[in-house]
Every structure is written in structure tokens, then in C-alpha cells.
Design a protein around this ligand. Structure first.
Ligand code: CP
Length: 305
């Protein structure tokens, strides 16, 4: 089986069959991660560049680890130690890296559309590791994998994305991917954190966190993105926490069976209490482990086309 896509730029146009193939392939690689020797020779001879123009812990390290687990050669680019600091343009940087005969580029950038632009100036397979407020497809894939692992299915699952929807690339990729897989997707946030016309995507909107918890199987709780001016859409973080923060009292009052996801990094005590972030309802560190398997699957499927 092969993917119908050459690059992974987002989940908007990725078919159900392709998402299914990535999730099923990740199941095989997840098993590799539990072996004493966590390495397979699948991408021996393939060179992958991790081109990160924006900070990251989980995505950058898990892509690098996934590449190493697949025996690929990896190069890590970061703006702070590169000639970008001397004024080299993005295009020149990419063309110089490409001249070193690389095969794949994993890119994170603060500007939406950079992964698409890379497909125009490079012959490498491009994987979007998060572009501005646009998409973060491997995050949504690992979220779907984690839900399927716990609930056994995605079709018919009721999932609510809580928080800063308007600044979130995770929300958009979750909405596209989960709707494609037959889940019922809703969002819960203050009106100032919800993009206009969101209902046209086919999602229900809540403004009451009690109702969102009571009526859903899964909450995907998002970080308040202060670095993207989210602070200007709410009066104070304390007020946000009081009305939309998820804590164990709310869960125990409304739905003790709920599954809590968070993409990280967490603002503890704002969108999620520490009790919930470390408690029995969440699968946050499972998401991180599954992220390595998902990234191995994406690298393998695109790297061996
Ligand atoms: N979830 C996520 O993308 O985390 P990082 O920003 O640490 O990669």
C-alpha cells in the first residue's frame, strides 16, 4: 500500500484511506519502540533535514528520533546557529541545503504556507511540522492514534477541542482529520477565540465547558498561545481559567469517562489544572510516545514512495 500524497502539508486534502494507512503503519512502528533494540534499517541511505525556524521540544525531538529509529541520516537546522543570522534568505538557505543531496525536509515555520512554498523550490519530500496558525498534521495524526488506541475507533467518537482555536494549527488539523475519519467534532472557547464561520467546517460550538465535558468522549485541550497575542482576546488568564480551565471537579461532576488530550506545552493552572494534567483521565505522555511512531510512519511512507 502507498500513500496518494507526495508531501504532508496538512490534513485538509488527505483521504480517509491515507490517514488509515498512516495510523496502521504507526501501529507497527509503535511495537518497534518497545523492543530492546528500537531501530529498523528502513530508511538507510535516506537523508532528512529538520528545518526548524520556530521553537519546539516534542515535534523536533520526536522527528529526529523517528529518523534515527528508521536508520536515516539526519541534519538539524536551527535559525539561531545558522547563516540566517547573517542575512541569508530562506530560498538561498534551502537551495544550499538541497545542493547537499538531501531527500526529505521536515519544516516548522512561524509563517503559514512555508511548507507549500518549499514544494515549489525543492525536489525533496516535504513534511509540515507546524506552519503559523495553519496546520500541524502530524500532531493531529498522533492525537487520532492516541484516541483510537484508547477507545478502539474514531468513527462516531465525540471530540471537543477546547481553547484558543483561532491561533491554533492543531485545531485545524484535528478538525480536518477527525471529520474525515467520521468523528463528531465540536469546539469550546470564548467567542473571541473562535474564528468567524467555524460552523461551516461542520463543527458544533460550545461556550459552556460543563456542557462540553458532559456531552463528549474526548477533550483536546489547547494551550493559550501568548506568543501569538492570545492574551489580547481574553481579559486575564485567571478569568480564562475560571470559565474554560479544565479541572478535576468539572470532570468528576460532568463525565468521569472522558479522555483528556493536550498537545503540549501545557500552561499549568490555566487551560488545565496540574491535577488533570497528571491525573487518570489524561493520555498526554502517551501522545508523545505515539508521536514518534506516527512520525516514523509518515517518514517511511513518504520516504519509500
Ligand atoms: N505539540 C507541539 O507541537 O509541541 P512542540 O511545540 O514542543 O513541538
Amino acid at each position: 500500500m502507498a500513500l496518494n500524497i507526495k508531501h504532508l502539508l496538512g490534513l485538509k486534502d488527505v483521504s480517509k484511506n491515507d490517514i488509515q494507512l498512516i495510523l496502521d503503519t504507526a501501529t507497527t512502528f509503535r511495537e518497534v519502540l518497545d523492543r530492546p533494540i528500537k531501530k529498523v534499517p528502513t530508511l538507510k541511505g535516506t537523508t532528512v533535514v529538520n528545518l526548524f525556524y520556530e521553537n519546539s521540544t516534542r515535534t523536533r525531538l520526536s522527528f529526529e528520533l523517528a529518523e534515527k529509529r528508521l536508520s536515516a541520516d539526519t541534519l538539524n537546522f536551527s535559525t539561531s546557529t545558522s547563516s540566517t543570522k547573517k542575512g541569508e534568505t530562506f530560498k538561498d538557505t534551502v537551495r544550499n541545503i538541497e545542493a547537499m543531496k538531501i531527500d526529505m525536509i521536515v519544516v516548522r515555520h512561524q509563517s503559514a504556507g512555508v511548507p507549500l512554498y518549499l514544494t515549489k523550490i525543492s525536489n525533496a519530500a516535504i513534511i509540515n511540522a507546524g506552519d503559523g496558525r495553519h496546520e500541524h498534521p502530524t500532531q493531529a495524526l498522533l492525537d487520532m492514534y492516541s484516541i483510537r488506541e484508547k477507545l478502539g475507533k474514531l468513527n462516531g467518537v465525540k471530540l471537543c477541542i477546547v481553547g484558543d482555536i483561532s491561533h491554533s494549527r492543531v485545531a485545524l488539523s484535528n478538525i480536518y482529520g477527525l471529520l474525515t475519519m467520521g468523528a463528531q467534532v465540536s469546539i469550546c472557547a470564548p467567542p473571541t477565540m473562535i474564528p468567524k464561520n467555524i460552523e461551516s467546517f461542520g463543527v458544533k460550538v460550545y461556550h459552556d465547558i460543563n456542557k462540553a465535558i458532559a456531552e463528549n468522549d474526548v477533550l483536546n485541550v489547547l494551550r493559550i498561545q501568548l506568543e501569538r497575542d492570545a492574551g489580547t482576546t481574553i481579559p486575564t488568564l485567571r478569568e480564562y481559567r475560571n470559565y474554560f480551565g479544565v479541572n478535576s471537579d468539572l470532570i468528576e461532576k460532568n463525565n468521569r469517562d472522558i479522555l483528556i488530550l493536550h498537545p503540549g506545552p501545557i500552561n499549568r493552572g490555566v487551560e488545565l489544572s496540574s491535577e488533570v494534567a497528571d491525573g487518570p483521565y489524561q493520555v498526554i505522555l502517551d501522545q508523545v510516545t505515539n508521536g514518534v511512531a506516527i512520525r516514523m510512519a509518515v517518514l517511511y511512507l513518504l520516504g519509500t514512495k
